[in-house]
Design a protein around this ligand. Sequence first.
Ligand code: SF4
Length: 79
Amino acid sequence: MSKNSARYFCNKDCEYYPCHPVGEEEEFNCLFCYCPLYALGDKCGGNFRYNGKGIKDCSACMIPHREGGYEYVMERIRG
Ligand code: SF4
């Protein structure tokens, strides 16, 4: 993943970084910090769960943050 791309950036100075578990050598893309697919509910295709209050919890999902995440999100948005 090119670091000079509009499809990728990583802010390691963010107070929440890393907001998901990420390996040392893994590139972490912060572009979709708030996933645009959240609104798709259980149709997003990600690794979510619903908590006891019925709130969608995406903390285990790395799709938007990994290589290919940008393309995945854009493809799902286009339908
Ligand atoms: S972060 Fe993952 S589980 Fe949450 S909406 Fe996006 S794709 Fe779905």
